[in-house]
Design a protein around this ligand. Structure first.
Ligand code: HEC
Ligand code: HEC
Length: 320
C-alpha cells in the first residue's frame, strides 16, 4: 500500500520535527517536561515484506531481544558464543531499543562514524555494537560480516527509518537527575534494594532464570551483579549512568515521566548495586587515552586528577 506508507512516513517526520532538539548523551539531556514529551513512534516491523531485508531486520530484532538464544554462552555452536553472559540487549535498551530514557537506539545510525573519547578514535556503528558486546555482554567482538552483526545493524538502521539527518529525536540516554551534594552511599542503598528490587532481582542480585541454567532461555529478570552480569568496563558500571537509568526505569514498568524512586534513593541504590562483585575486563587503563575527556564517574583509573578513587565511584561529583 504505497499511499499508506508515504502517509506514515510523513507523519513520522512531522512528529519527529515537532520533537525537535539536539541529540546528546545521557549526561547532557534533561527529560522533557510532560507537556513536550511527544513519544516517537517506532516504524512497524510487522509491516516489512518477507524478503531478505525484512528477514534480516526481524532476525536483528530477535537477537536484540533474546541475545542469549542466538549468541549467548550456552548456544550449541561454540563459534557463535559471542556474548559472555545471558543478558539481552533489551534488558538495558528497553522495549527493544525504543524507550525514551531507556537507552534507546532509534535514530542513531546516521550519527556514525563518530568520534569516541573512550578509544580516542573514530568508530563505526559496528565498533559501537562490539563495545557493548565486550563490556555490557562481557563477551568478544562479533565479526563484521557475521550474519548476527549484519542483522543487528539492519535492525538499528531500521530504527532510523524516516528520521531525516537534520531531525534529532528526544529521549537519548537515561535522563539527568539532580546530583547529590554528598557521596552516594551503598549502606543507605541496601534497604532501598531490599524494599524495591529484591522481589524481582533476588537477594544476591542473581535475577530469575527462565529455566535450568543449562538451557539457554535467558532470564525473566536479569542479574545485576555476579558472574553473569555486565563487566566493570560497561557504561552501566558508571554511577551517574546507572542512577539515572534506575530513576527513569526501575522498578520495572516505571516510565521517566512518573519516576517512583526518590532522587536520593536512586543514587544510593545504584551505589549499592555497583558496590557488588562483577566480572572484570582487561586493559581498562587504555580507555580514554586523553584523560581530560574521561567522564568523572568512570570508576577505574588512571584519572587526570589525583582525587581518591572512591570520589570517582560514588561522588560527590563536581557540578556540571
Ligand atoms: C548492561 C546494560 C547494557 C546491555 C546489556 C547492552 N547495552 Fe548497549 N549501551 C548501554 C549503555 C549504558 C550505553 C550508553 C548509552 C548512553 O550513554 O547514552 C549503550 C550504548 C549502546 C549503543 C550506542 C547508542 C548511542 O546512542 O550511540 C548501541 C548501538 C548499543 N549500546 C547496542 C547494544 C547492543 C546491540 C547490545 C546487545 C548485543 C547492547 N547494547 C547491550 C548498556 C547496555
Ligand atoms: C517488577 C520486577 C522488577 C523490579 C521490582 C525491579 N526490576 Fe530491574 N529489571 C526488571 C526486568 C524485567 C528488567 C529487564 C528489562 C527488560 O528486558 O525489559 C530489569 C532490568 C534492570 C537493569 C538493567 C539490566 C541489568 O541486568 O543490569 C537494572 C540495572 C535494574 N533492573 C536494576 C533494578 C533496581 C536497582 C531495582 C530496584 C530499585 C529494580 N531493578 C527493580 C525487573 C524489575
Amino acid at each position: 500500500m504505497p499511499t499508506l506508507r508515504i502517509a506514515c512516513t510523513a507523519l513520522l517526520v512531522a512528529v519527529a520535527a515537532a520533537m525537535g532538539a539536539g541529540r546528546a548523551t545521557s549526561q547532557e539531556t534533561a527529560p522533557p517536561t510532560p507537556a513536550k514529551a511527544t513519544p516517537w513512534t517506532p516504524p512497524d516491523i510487522g509491516a516489512l515484506p518477507d524478503d531478505a531485508t525484512g528477514r534480516r531486520v526481524r532476525l536483528g530484532r530477535d537477537i536484540f531481544t533474546a541475545t542469549y538464544a542466538h549468541i549467548g554462552p550456552n548456544v550449541p555452536d561454540a563459534g557463535k558464543r559471542y556474548a559472555g553472559n545471558n543478558l539481552a540487549c533489551r534488558n538495558c535498551h528497553l522495549h527493544a531499543g525504543t524507550e525514551p530514557y531507556g537507552f534507546p537506539v532509534y535514530g542513531i545510525a546516521p550519527d556514525f562514524p563518530a568520534y569516541s573519547a573512550r578509544t580516542g578514535t573514530e568508530i563505526t556503528l559496528l565498533d559501537r555494537l562490539n563495545s557493548c558486546m565486550r563490556r555490557s555482554m562481557n563477551g568478544r567482538p562479533m565479526p563484521p560480516d557475521s550474519p548476527e552483526m549484519q542483522a543487528l545493524v539492519a535492525y538499528i538502521d531500521f530504527l532510523s527509518t524516516g528520521v531525516p539527518d537534520s531531525v534529532k529525536l528526544r529521549g537519548y540516554g537515561a535522563g539527568r537527575m539532580a546530583l547529590l551534594d554528598r557521596a552516594a552511599d551503598p549502606g543507605r542503598g541496601k534497604p532501598v534494594y531490599e524494599a524495591k528490587c529484591v522481589a524481582c532481582h533476588g537477594e544476591n542480585g542473581q535475577g530469575v532464570r527462565r529455566s535450568l541454567p543449562s538451557v539457554d532461555l535467558g532470564y525473566m529478570v536479569p542479574p545485576l551483579w555476579g558472574p553473569d552480569s555486565f563487566n566493570d568496563g560497561a557504561g552501566m558500571n558508571r554511577l551517574i549512568t546507572a542512577a539515572n537509568f534506575l530513576h527513569s526505569n526501575m522498578p520495572h514498568g516505571t516510565d521517566y515521566l512518573h519516576p517512583t524512586l526518590a532522587v536520593e534513593e536512586a543514587w544510593d541504590v545504584a551505589a549499592y548495586m555497583l558496590d557488588q562483585k562483577r566480572p572484570s575486563m582487561a586493559g581498562l587503563d587504555k580507555d580514554f587515552p586523553d584523560r581530560s575527556t574521561k567522564p568523572f564517574d568512570t570508576p577505574y583509573g588512571p584519572w587526570a586528577d589525583d582525587l581518591p578513587p572512591a570520589r570517582h565511584r560514588f561522588g560527590p561529583f563536581p557540578p556540571r
